[in-house]
Design a protein around this ligand. Structure first.
Ligand code: AFP
Length: 336
């Protein structure tokens, strides 16, 4: 791909748009991209070497931990620690946040919340998985270890967020609050190259993504919205297509490009749904909003929720703005 702009080049150019930028955030993003390349290499080898299957442990969420979950977690944490711009990491795989203590990390101005390998129950069957990350400026003092408050900031305070999708090709998509750009990994040169500049999500779409296996556990408003998606509508273009991979990154990535809505609603036995606010919903919501879409818990903007704990869950309705607004109307009406 002659003339393709690499992620590194893009980040450096963007940095010069901000005269007071110190370059730390740029370096942090480049470290994340480097770790993503390493994880990509391992995900691609899955099946050939002994990285498939479970470790025999469950994580703080009570979920089975896969070997690749651990590998991805170690890779991202190590890369962030070595970089020195980040003073701590919170990960889906660790009960507590990790405060880095090297002299350079203590001076780092950022913290990162990460789901190192989302959708990992899909790995053994060769379905797309992803990494989700969220970057905040620390609120604790420079030179001191980071604190829990650094990780419990509202999503609207994010300095940047992004995801990597390990799919038919590997892509890194990120925002620093000035639009969304996507980079595809060219394996022949080992570089992420700009492939999707200024991504915008269509205002509406024809895809809804939700685990309808849980249908009878959904609130009535969500059930009614799903009926609406399936029914014939002259003006709406429905019935819509149901597409659910079970990898949030892959489902949202598809809907970002083609238009659509992804829903993980409250369930009767899990009123807060399944997905985690800090390292899944906030970063994906920041991306989708920056692309012109919407993300709510059915009633309020995801990015306005004050996190109370690291592994807190939230329902989510995210995607094309007109579709999310419509789903919210059904929730308000309940029985509509
Ligand atoms: P895993 O990482 O345990 O596979 O969970 C993936 C996930 O967090 C998200 O990526 C999916 O959209 C969602 O859970 C799937 O959950 P259900 O299997 O309950 O539909």
């Amino acid at each position: 791909m002659i003339g393709a702009q690499t992620l590194d080049e893009f980040i450096i150019r963007r940095q010069t748009d901000f005269p007071y930028a110190t370059g730390e955030l740029s370096r942090l993003l480049r470290n994340i991209a480097l770790a993503a390349k390493i994880v990509n290499r391992e995900v691609n080898k899955a099946g050939l070497v002994d990285v498939l299957g479970t470790t025999g442990y469950t994580n703080v969420q009570g979920e089975e931990v896969k070997k690749l979950d651990i590998l991805a977690n170690k890779t991202f944490v190590a890369s962030l620690e070595l970089g020195g711009q980040c003073c701590g990491v919170a990960s889906e795989e660790n009960d507590e946040f990790i405060a880095f203590d090297s002299p350079s990390s203590l001076e780092g101005r950022y913290i990162v919340a990460i789901d190192p390998l989302d959708g990992s129950s899909n790995i053994d069957v060769n379905v797309s998985v992803g990494t989700i990350f969220s970057i905040y400026r620390r609120i604790s003092s420079l030179g001191e270890p980071c604190t829990a408050q650094d990780f419990l900031q509202k999503g609207s305070e994010q300095a940047g967020s992004g995801y990597v999708i390990y799919g038919s090709s590997t892509m890194l998509v990120y925002t620093t609050g000035h639009g969304v750009n996507g980079f595809t990994l060219d394996p022949s040169i080992g570089e992420f190259c700009l492939s999707h500049s200024d991504l915008t999500i269509p205002k509406t779409g024809k895809t809804y993504s939700v685990n309808t296996g849980n249908f009878y556990n959904f609130p009535e408003g969500v059930q009614n919205y799903i009926h609406y998606c399936k029914s014939f509508g002259k003006d709406t273009g429905s019935p819509y297509s149901a597409r659910y991979i079970g990898s949030m990154v892959a489902d949202i990535h598809r809907n970002l490009i083609t238009g659509g809505i992804y829903i993980y609603p409250p369930l009767e036995d899990y009123p807060q749904g399944k997905l985690r606010l800090v390292y899944e919903c906030n970063p994906m919501s920041f991306i989708v909003e920056q692309a012109g879409g919407m993300a709510t818990d059915g009633y309020r903007r995801i990015l306005d929720i004050e996190p109370e704990e690291l592994h807190q869950r939230t329902p989510i309705f995210v995607g094309s703005s007109e579709m999310v607004t419509k789903a919210e109307e059904f929730l308000k009406d309940g029985k509509k």
